[in-house]
Design a protein around this ligand. Structure first.
Ligand SMILES: C[S@@+](CC[C@H](N)C(=O)[O-])C[C@H]1O[C@@H](n2cnc3c(N)ncnc32)[C@H](O)[C@@H]1O
Length: 285
């Protein structure tokens, strides 16, 4: 049985993705055929030896949900000294990433085509990663779908375990409501610290009982935006929305780190008039 969280009504795992098979192009299939034996990672129940997997000892960056893999390939090309492990459930995305790896002769990329929740639980050793990056995760913008968002307290606990002390989690999103949720979940994790000085503290996101507040409740007096600029929770359902003033995010989001390339989904968000927020946290304990 999988370790993914379950929805008791249906006793099946709640997944952060909908599996769209999509057809592989010939180039993608050829790249998978050529490179899978050396650069692909099958799901297994044994922990991986990352030095052995990459054939060298170096810093390891894990990217979850790399989409078409172009930005992962850009990073791998720009940082040949670093090992990049990518996980993406969309098979044409895996194929497209390997097309780039083949074309650019990138030997510092390994890819998995399985659910990151399983790969993390079963295959990634604790304290083995220098950075985990999740760029533009599916926002699941309808309220009834929030439970499908990848960034949840339990999942983040697991991510933190996989980081070395001093390692980083970097999440970027163009959905303001999700950005606030991510900021709350990362800030309230006791082993993480926002890389931004003077960022909002955990107390801004917790109820008196110690529960993480819902986005609509987390507007402590200090951070309240003008009432008129606040969209009602769950209202970002249309293709576009006007980003509103978010004092929490203006204090808690980082400058875009230079290593993060622009991604396909980021470009889409910008076209639709969305804002972009980078949330960068360090593992301190
Ligand atoms: C909105 S796309 C963003 C893609 C890319 N990072 C970008 O910015 O262009 C989110 C991606 O995450 C993948 N994904 C979602 N949940 C996943 C999971 N649990 N494991 C692996 N991939 C996942 C989806 O298949 C999708 O390709």
């Amino acid at each position: 049985m999988s370790d993914a969280p379950t929805d008791n009504r249906f006793t099946r795992p709640i997944r952060s993705f909908v599996k769209r098979e999509g057809k592989l192009t010939t180039g993608q299939q050829n790249a998978i055929d050529d490179l899978w034996s050396t650069q692909g990672v099958d799901l297994g129940s044994e922990q991986l030896d990352l030095d052995k997997l990459f054939g060298r000892s170096a810093q390891v960056v894990l990217e979850i949900g790399f989409g078409n893999g172009l930005s992962l390939a850009d990073m791998a090309e720009a940082h040949p000294e670093t090992n990049f492990f990518g996980i993406e459930v969309h098979r044409p995305g895996v194929g497209s990433c390997l097309v780039q790896a083949k074309k650019r002769k990138l030997t510092n990329i390994r890819v998995s085509g399985d659910d990151a929740v399983l790969v993390l639980n079963q295959q990634i050793p604790d304290e083995s990663l220098d950075r985990i990056q999740i760029f533009f995760p599916d926002p699941w913008h309808k309220k009834r779908h929030y439970k499908r968002r990848l960034i949840q307290p339990d999942f983040v606990n697991n991510l933190v375990k996989k980081l070395k002390t001093g390692g980083q989690i970097h999440v970027a999103t163009d959905w303001q409501h999700y950005a606030e949720h991510v900021l709350a979940v990362l800030t309230t994790n006791a082993d993480l610290e926002n890389s931004v000085a003077d960022a909002p503290k955990a107390s801004h996101f917790l109820s008196e009982e110690g529960e993480v507040l819902k986005s609509s409740e987390m507007w402590a007096e200090e951070f309240k935006p003008a009432q008129s600029s606040r969209p009602p929770e769950g209202s970002q359902t249309a293709e576009g929305y006007e980003p509103t003033d978010s004092p929490l995010l203006s204090r808690g989001a980082a400058e875009k780190p230079a290593y993060r390339p622009h991604t396909k989904y980021e470009a889409r968000g910008i076209r639709l008039g969305h804002g972009v927020w980078d949330l960068v946290f360090d593992r301190t304990a």
